[in-house]
Design a protein around this ligand. Sequence first.
Ligand code: PEP
Length: 247
Amino acid sequence: MKNLTLIGNWKLNGSKSSIQAFSNEWHGCDHPALTVAIAPPAPYLGYFAKTVASCLLAAQDCSAHDEGAHTGEISAAMLADWGCRYVLVGHSECREAHAESDELIGEKLRQVQAAGLLPVLCVGEDRHARESGTAETVVKAQLRGALLAGQSTALLVAYEPVWAIGTGLTASPEQANDMHAMIKSELYEVLQSEQDIPVLYGGSVNPDNARALFECAHVDGALVGGASLSAESFASIARAGINYLSH
Ligand code: PEP
């Protein structure tokens, strides 16, 4: 039986009071094969950590630099200091808003690894690529552009088709599974390692579609945006994971 990782991405949402409300409703989701984390906005990392029990901490992004004259940036070492376990890199919203290149995303990824944390490399094609049949080519280029041959395998990948993020559209379990299988074989070729690197699915995951995705052989969990903002829906997704793992 595989392990599942569930990471909630709060994006630019949240406040002290919403974290308190989440904490009141969140009672943890205990299963030895399920890991659950939330990525609140950076200013709330410390508050989230002390307010919400049984939920690991993730960050939504980090700097490609370790220190120095980079106003507004947050280093991976600082995120480690705050107690983060995971750091998202290359989320499609960051790629688009900050015109991030694959090379820059790769530098961030290695900063995260150097700080002893686990990067979650987000990849995914847009609607045009999906419709024109170039989705795999796009995702392969994103992986090859960010990863270096033989580099550390301490990472996760999140396959997040851009057309499915925040749209209510989800990749079908078959589409997700096929892309995850391709990603895993690409990781094997680039990193030259037998290490099993978890590949999460992201894109409008909710309590109703989570179980079918978790059942896919190559899906190792989910990166959840909108449905992670409420403790109730995030807990339902976690329970779908536990039900699948206990089956
Ligand atoms: C995301 O932003 O990573 C995401 C998957 O969002 P949503 O679940 O809202 O589609």
